[in-house]
Design a binder for this molecule. Structure first.
Ligand code: HAX
Length: 449
């Protein structure tokens, strides 16, 4: 497999770089930690490393150094497609360079060999009430594959540490190969007739997802390729990436680790924001019986803020500008369905809500993130997030399928470079108070000196 050979070739130099930094510059200070950061979700504490992707606050994501618009140009496309197929992005994330057409197709071929989902996974999902959240089913579906982990088997057989990455890569290819079929089955179980649809040989990994949920539309297949590219990775500190990384640092295999990551993605402040954003747009649309005026929309946004809620799809912990993942989806809608009502509404929200958030003065980033528009676009093609029968959340499953590409690539490299178990130190509040009192000579508590 070219993918494997390419990683193997790079290992000696990567291992030497890391060893040199740790052995010769181990005491070099990278970041200091302030009290507000300890109590504030560790924001901007530079304590993780990932060479797979990096988020620049003003520029957005770069995957292996490339911006989204560069990737759309440079990654190989199949004849007749407008958007690169996903085998190319997975190769890039894992290997670090743009693949040739043949190299990217090899990943697609590997996926095809490994795509069959064992019957018991379908049975596990079917055993759950139909009202179960799609993300619960997705996380369970992933966990149900754990018994097939090569990493877990080889670890028990005494695999050497330098080979961990190889078993992790095998598991990652197995998992990512099956993910679209698991997601599609969850969709069919919840919103269609519960059928298991086999992928088509002539379609690629992303397009097959569309096919398996009953969509036969080349534009949707391009959207699926785009969607699965832009959600794949967003550096290491976000909840789904970090949860996966943390769990895998205990040498839990990729199924345990990504199932945990998906449980984090399910949170409303993270991956579920796409569902919440869509819900908010629909709420506005119903309230005004169509697309409102700018003034009406601004008033509605103020009411949302005053009721103590956030405007979903807006704001970010790192970004300080419009998310390029938002922009590329906006451009897709402009090209294919500019007249779609909900799309027009999402655009209007982009014109109105940042000004409202700036005026309110709380959010550090008043601009839209990836989730502000992704649901609108799925909705245009008739893909449901929920059907009113139990909680929605299928759009987060779509996010999850894509995110598996990034988090698994990070996990392969963490094992390749021998990343140890994560174990930051915690202190008690009294210890922190004592530190301030002793070093600054102030009195914080009654009776303290
Ligand atoms: N609407 C209203 N208030 C917002 C806001 C928004 N969209 N974004 C931030 N704020 C508020 C925060 O709630 C916070 O208020 P309090 O001080 O009262 O707690 C204040 O502004 C400062 O927050 P911040 O420092 O700007 O933002 P954080 O780094 O703490 O949080 C979030 C980042 C993304 C969680 C936040 O912007 C938010 O809740 N946005 C809406 C939900 C959302 O879109 N999440 C998806 C983010 C992208 C992602 O992970 N996708 O998966």
């Amino acid at each position: 497999m070219i993918l494997k050979e390419q990683i193997l070739q790079q290992l000696p130099s990567w291992r030497a770089r890391v060893k040199k930094l740790v052995q010769e510059y181990g005491d070099f200070k990278v970041s200091e930690v302030a009290m507000a950061q300890i109590f504030g979700g560790m924001r901007n504490v530079k304590a993780l490393v990932s060479d797979i992707s990096f988020v620049d606050p003003n520029e957005g994501i770069r995957l292996r150094g490339y911006k989204i618009e560069e990737l759309l140009e440079l990654l190989p496309k199949r004849p007749g497609d407008s958007v690169p197929f996903s085998g190319g992005i997975y190769f890039l994330l894992l290997v670090g360079r743009i693949p040739s057409f043949a190299e990217a197709m090899e990943v697609e071929e590997e996926w095809k060999k490994r795509q069959e989902v064992p019957q018991h996974v379908y049975d596990v999902i079917r055993s759950m009430p139909k009202t179960t959240s799609p993300m619960t089913l997705f996380s369970m579906g992933i966990l149900a594959l754990q018994g097939s982990s090569l990493f877990a088997k080889r670890y028990d057989e005494g695999m050497k540490k330098e080979d961990y990455w190889d078993a992790m890569l095998e598991d990652s290819l197995d998992l990512t190969a099956k993910a679209p079929a698991i997601a599609a089955f969850i969709y069919n179980y919840k919103f269609r007739q519960g059928q298991i649809v086999k992928p088509k040989d002539e379609l690629d990994w992303a397009a097959n997802f569309g096919w398996m949920i009953g969509i036969e539309d080349k534009t949707y297949y391009d959207l699926a390729r785009l969607y699965f590219m832009i959600h794949s990775d967003h550096e290491s500190g976000n909840v789904s990436a970090h949860a996966t990384y943390l769990v895998s640092s205990a040498l839990s295999d990729i199924f345990y680790s990504t199932s945990a990551g998906m449980n984090g993605l399910a949170g409303p402040l993270h991956g579920r924001a796409n569902q919440e954003a869509m819900g908010w747009l629909l709420e506005v649309y119903r309230e005004f019986n169509g697309v409102p005026s700018k003034e009406q929309l601004a008033e509605y946004a103020w009411n949302t803020l005053q009721s103590g809620k956030v405007i979903p799809g807006y704001g970010h912990a790192v970004l300080r500008k419009t998310d390029p993942r938002f922009t590329v989806q906006l451009e897709f809608g402009e090209k294919y369905f500019p007249e779609d009502d909900l799309f027009r509404l999402a655009k209007l929200v982009y014109e109105v809500v940042p000004q409202v958030l700036i005026q309110q003065g709380k959010a550090k980033d008043p601009w839209p993130n990836v989730d502000a528009i992704s649901g609108t676009i799925q909705h245009h093609f008739g893909v449901l997030d929920g059907d009113g029968n139990g909680p929605g959340g299928f759009y987060t499953v779509l996010f999850g399928v894509s995110r598996l590409l990034g988090v698994s690539a990070n996990t392969v490299w963490a094992r390749a470079l021998g990343a140890p178990i994560e174990r930051p130190k915690s202190l008690t509040t009294s210890m922190l108070e004592n530190m301030v009192e002793q070093q600054l000579g102030v009195k914080l508590r009654e009776g303290s000196e």
